[in-house]
Design a protein around this ligand. Structure first.
Ligand SMILES: NC(=O)c1ccc[n+]([C@@H]2O[C@H](COP(=O)([O-])OP(=O)(O)OC[C@H]3O[C@@H](n4cnc5c(N)ncnc54)[C@H](O)[C@@H]3O)[C@@H](O)[C@H]2O)c1
Ligand SMILES: [Zn+2]
Length: 382
């Protein structure tokens, strides 16, 4: 990394407000930052093997230097760790080590570590502080901010969870340099989403800097992480518990989640599914006359430039519609969809099955492989 960049984004939620600090090298300052918040209890760092190797030593050293009694708790890498069993394993360790109300959990890792740790913090001793130290792009721009924590149930992803805001989010963009390329690119989908839902200028920035972002150049990376956090923080501030406005964050996710579940969470990374979802949902908006061709074309070009997939896997309408019904975006029996009107502005609309079916049929045979087949070279994934 070149010159240190420091940014602070505030998430304003009355007594649950917190800061998101963004600076390279911040992983070595976790202890000092916790002291700054006045925490005096024990600290447990929850992480997974791949991340422990890379980043835990610096974090633990900084905590010890700041005088904290520290232990680390390991959960597996990848989605398979998002179970009640692993939450229970964390709680066992905390209870055995006599953690209490004033103790702190630090989540060091991607969205999986963040979600599991956040949920454990939400329920241990009726809630203890959690500090997020996200190490993937998805976690830095999305999952570490906003307080949604969850684990999976056999019958549904993220079905068991709680709202529990972190007390601090410490983002060290340097950690992104070791991220596998597929994970990096998948994270870019959520970044493009922020441009589409809230900020045309940011979208234009992404158009100008996508080549640099593909190369993970420091300046553009720090900017997109910061701007994405600002947008997410603004949306969460308006609607902490997703009763209304926060739903715009689900742009691309109505179709995206259905594709993930049809592929049994093995064929597409979340961001890849969201990219396809955004392209398809925008095309549906164009079909409805909500947005002009220019909007879908700009988004499509950026998705492709990022190296993200854009084509719906070969799937029957009934399969897709069926998978969409299981989504948490069904409220009172109605499925809703977030649709673009222009770049930087979306609306939330109920999804009419007959209209959606007509759009689906109108697309002709633009589909690719079955959702069970991988769209790019295989990736190691738990
Ligand atoms: N709570 C929320 O609001 C929210 C939002 C979006 C996603 N999520 C959840 O986040 C999860 C996905 O998160 P993710 O995409 O970060 O996946 P992940 O946590 O599984 O991480 C992806 C892979 O990258 C590895 N990794 C992490 N950081 C690394 C680094 N710096 N260098 C090298 N390897 C690294 C991990 O070990 C893992 O194998 C899903 O479970 C999803 O439901 C939650
Ligand atoms: Zn997402």
């Amino acid at each position: 990394m070149t010159a240190p960049v420091e940014h602070c984004v505030k998430v304003s939620l009355a007594e649950r407000s917190y800061d998101i600090l963004i600076r390279s090298g911040l992983r070595g300052e976790v202890g000092r930052c916790l002291r700054g918040l006045g925490f005096s209890g024990k600290v447990a760092v929850v992480t997974s093997p791949a991340i422990r190797r890379l980043y835990a030593p610096a974090v633990i050293r900084s905590l010890r230097q700041a005088g904290y009694e520290t232990r680390s708790i390991l959960i597996p890498d990848g989605e398979r760790a998002k179970t009640l069993r692993w939450v229970s394993a964390i709680l066992d360790e905390l209870a055995t080590a006599r953690f209490e109300r004033g103790s702190v959990l630090v989540a060091l890792g991607g969205g999986v570590v963040g979600d599991v740790t956040g949920f454990a913090a939400a329920i241990f001793a009726r809630g203890i502080p959690c500090v997020q130290v996200p190490t993937t792009l998805v976690a830095q721009v999305d999952s570490s901010v906003g307080g949604k924590t969850a684990v999976n149930h056999a019958l549904g992803k993220n079905l068991i969870g709680a709202f529990h805001q972190p007390r601090l989010v410490l983002i060290d963009p340097e950690t992104l340099n070791t991220l596998p390329t597929t994970e990096w690119i998948a994270g870019l989908a959520e970044v493009i989403k922020y441009g589409m839902i809230a900020d045309e200028e940011f979208f234009a920035y992404l158009e100008r800097h996508m080549v640099a972002l593909r190369k993970r150049e420091d300046g553009p990376v720090a900017h997109v992480v910061t701007r994405s956090c600002q947008i997410k923080a603004a949306v969460v501030r308006e609607d902490e518990r997703e009763s209304d406005q926060r739903r715009i964050l689900n742009y691309g996710h109505t179709v995206g989640h259905a594709l993930e579940s049809l592929g049994k969470y093995r064929t597409l990374l979340h961001g890849e599914a969201v990219a396809i979802g955004m392209v398809q949902e925008a095309d549906f908006a164009r079909y409805l006359g909500l947005c002009p061709n220019e909007v879908t074309a700009r988004q499509h070009a950026l998705v492709r430039e990022a190296g993200l997939p854009d084509t719906l896997p070969r799937v029957r309408f009934s399969e897709l519609w069926g998978a969409m019904q299981h989504d948490k975006k069904v409220a009172h029996g109605h499925l809703y969809c977030v649709l673009p009107e222009r770049v930087g502005r979306v609306v939330i609309r109920p999804l009419e099955p007959s209209t959606f079916k007509r759009w689906f049929a109108s697309r002709g045979d633009k589909q690719e492989r079955r959702p069970g087949s991988r769209h790019v070279a295989s990736r190691p994934k738990a």
